[in-house]
Design a protein around this ligand. Sequence first.
Ligand code: SF4
Length: 340
Amino acid sequence: MALLDVKDLKTYFRTDDGIVKAVDGVSFSVEKGQTLGIVGESGSGKSVTCLTIMGLNPKKNTISSGEARFKDEDLLHMSPRRLRQIRGNDIAMIFQDPMTSLNPVHKIGDQLAEAVLLHQDVTKKQAKTQALELLKAVGIPRAERRLGDYPHQFSGGMRQRVMIAMALVNDPDVLIADEPTTALDVTTQAQILTLMNNLQKDFDSAIIIITHDLGVVAETADDVVVMYAAEVVEQGSVDSIFRRPHMPYTWGLLGSLPRLDTDLERLVQIKGQPPSLLNPPQGCRFHPRCPYVMDICKKEDPPLKPVTDDPAHLAACHLDEETKDREAQKLIEGTLAAAS
Ligand code: SF4
């Protein structure tokens, strides 16, 4: 059974210019021990999706609907008090920039111990011991000494490890990580992803990774949701989507991954900009940027439907199966990329 089951989630913001449809009918689920990647460009709605689940959008001028069931309780329709309990204990979130979450004038050890004390009925001494254990668990060398350091004395990668430790204080069932490695160099990025993979095994939690980078998804996730302009355009297992991607936006994301078999780092760029969510294009929202656009794409929004050989793999695109197969194959073989 799914630990977190999100159905037809919508988040609209009222602004002076009109209604911004930031999330428009998103559904997915995640199970214990599973990692789900939510991928898309900036502004695709992936972060707002998770902020809605966590109840962290501003109350004023936000309209949310749908369901987000966590262990059979709907996070969208519960009291703020119950939601705060769940947020502190069962679902934790880590953000891209640890400096915005860490207090610069307090020592790392004190901040971790404070987080333990906030959620657990323990003495100060026990909280300090737990803080030390957590620092060790996330691989901080000489953890005992580093408890007395301030955040600015840690590198970016170390600070992100501290944020992960902070999120693990209550052994959460679900860990949501919003672009956890974007601000880090490639080597540190790989170390943090390995750490998250290892911790998931140790803590047996479900992880949702929000990222713009399908490479991060390939490294960490079991399943993936591809979002474009507030909607899900493709979802399924990482294996199925990397083996047979089913729509042009996913092809663009895959094509822009660095390749080992060529000197050119990024071969395919998705041209143009994502649309305004105040007034998204009619029909398929990707149509103004899609190299395969047809008349029907400008009129009808393609439904998300199962692909032929895998009912758990869904995609939204009007292209016929033969064309999808051919183009996906070309992409995988690298010829689509080389030709553009
Ligand atoms: Fe492109 Fe049409 Fe498919 Fe949209 S529905 S991705 S515009 S081919």
